[in-house]
Design a protein around this ligand. Structure first.
Ligand code: ZN
Length: 179
């Protein structure tokens, strides 16, 4: 498994022999699926920013979400992992802890928190909901998502075994074509 840097920022792919250049390494939706599914009026009662989302529902409960990264190792790249920028739901207690430690320089020491993946991703099996844990990192970095490791799911397999730049190129094509 190899890829050669062609000197222009592109790569000659070992799988298909073409150049893959200018590929995005981070993709993800701007809001959790439940937020995207409700009406403008329901959204007006909630709150969404780049990192957090609060969504009251008709039954009186409140859903809490944070943005986090699922990292997939890329074997033939020096640019680090491919990241799904996703939303996960947290308990009210976990959300309170997140908020309280938002600017805490030591927040990476927080215990992992149980979460549900709440972003649909382009895999053959549904990605919502998948059980996970989030690991808080230092301020300024989104948490990373550890999907429940024994799940028999293509996304979980990719996080374990990694992917190639060819797969990253396929994902880029799928996602930018909106397929
Ligand atoms: Zn390729």
């Amino acid at each position: 498994m190899s890829a050669e840097n062609a000197g222009t920022g592109g790569w000659v792919c070992a799988t298909c022999g073409t150049m893959h250049s200018g590929l995005a390494m981070v993709f993800g939706p701007d809001a959790p699926d439940p937020w995207l599914a409700v009406s403008d009026a329901e959204r007006a009662a909630g709150e969404l920013n780049a990192d957090m989302c609060v969504l009251p529902t008709a039954d009186g409960s409140i859903h809490y979400f944070v943005r986090a990264h699922i990292e997939i190792p890329v074997h033939d790249s020096d640019d680090g992992p491919f990241c799904w920028s996703v939303w996960v739901s947290l308990s009210q207690e976990s959300m309170r802890t997140q908020a309280e430690h938002w600017n805490d320089p030591g927040r990476a020491k927080l215990e992992p928190m149980f979460a549900w993946l709440c972003s649909s991703l382009p895999y053959d099996a549904p990605t919502v909901p998948l059980p996970a844990r989030i690991h808080t990192r230092e301020p300024g970095r989104v948490p990373w998502v550890e999907l429940q490791p024994d799940l028999d799911h293509p996304l979980v397999h990719e996080t374990h075994t990694g992917i190639t730049m060819h797969r990253v190129a396929e994902l880029n094509r799928t996602l930018t074509e909106g397929a």
